[in-house]
Design a protein around this ligand. Structure first.
Ligand code: PAF
Length: 286
């Protein structure tokens, strides 16, 4: 496995590769990322993983400074997983015009309006930062396939939309959310949770599952189901950003005739903000 820090060196190394699959990450790798690597390996002869904590997708009061950076352990995991290249650029390498003060002087991608909804409502600019860095990375790596996790459903949706709208010739493949044995979605931010919070954190997916169960049992008052779920999590001590039932195809609020649905939630447990979602096909009830 080769660890590469510059765009030019990566381009040179990848020149001879006939089929490349790419997994972008911010490091602090867990089983969820390694699952994406396995998917990548099924699609190509050469797998590139990037590790870059992208400052442009963090808000002023978010966890950029504290975001876990575990490069040595990450590279060991990737080597064991059989990855071919790890791309670890600096901020200056990815944002060449960065003056060291304000990244917002850089050229950026303007994502569609859905980027201001759900997570975008409490994290303004987040998806602009994600779309911008992903576009840069896709341009640098020029993969045939890029793999993203379904846990970040809105991110996946926006990236799929960007690839379609910018006519990029790349297949976006998604990997299912990998969960701990109790159901908690794996996330780099789980490392912020205390032992007690980690046990409690599963309440988020359990609450989303209850919403799914209620819909499958015939409840169609989606705003009421959302309110109930928010109240339930709040009573358990969470600070809820949203619980929302959406069309899985458009990510707009679900209508009664939509069959492909996704229920998404984002909430803070203590200082840690967690997100999760469940995609499902609504049963037709007679
Ligand atoms: O999902 C992530 O880890 C990041 O948002 C991504 C896609 C690597 C862009 O920084």
């Amino acid at each position: 496995m080769q660890i590469i820090h510059t765009v030019q060196a990566l381009r040179d190394a990848l020149k001879a590769q006939p089929k490349i699959a790419f997994v972008p990450t911010m490091g602090n790798l867990h089983a969820g990322h390694l699952h994406l690597v396995q998917i990548a390996q099924q699609h190509a002869t050469c797998v590139v993983v990037s590790i870059f904590v992208n400052p442009l997708q963090f808000g002023a009061n978010e966890d950029l400074a504290n975001y876990p950076r575990t490069l040595t352990a990450d590279c060991e995991k990737l080597e064991q997983a059989g990855v071919d290249f790890v791309f670890v650029p600096t901020v200056h390498e990815l944002y060449p015009d960065f003056d060291g003060v304000d990244l917002h002087q850089s050229m950026t991608v303007q994502p569609p309006s859905i980027a201001s909804d759900l997570c975008g409502a409490t994290r303004p600019g987040h998806f602009m930062g994600v779309a911008t860095v992903v576009l840069k990375l896709l341009n640098i790596v020029q993969p045939h396939v890029a793999v993203f996790g379904q846990k970040d459903y809105q991110q996946l949706f926006i990236i799929q939309s960007m690839v379609r709208q910018f006519n990029l010739s790349i297949d976006i493949v998604s990997g299912e959310t990998v969960r701990e044995s109790n159901g908690l979605a794996m996330s780099s931010r789980n490392g912020y949770l205390s032992f007690a919070e980690k046990a409690q954190a599963v309440e988020l997916v359990r609450t989303l599952q209850e919403v799914v169960t209620a819909i499958q049992a015939g409840s169609h008052d989606y705003p009421e189901l959302e309110t109930k779920a928010i109240q339930q999590l709040t009573a358990l001590g969470w600070q809820v950003d949203y619980v929302s039932i959406r069309s899985a195809k458009t990510l707009l609020p679900a209508q009664i005739n939509d069959k492909d649905l996704v229920v998404l939630g984002a909430a803070k447990l203590g200082k840690t903000r967690l997100i999760d979602n469940i995609q499902f096909c609504a049963k037709s009830l007679k």
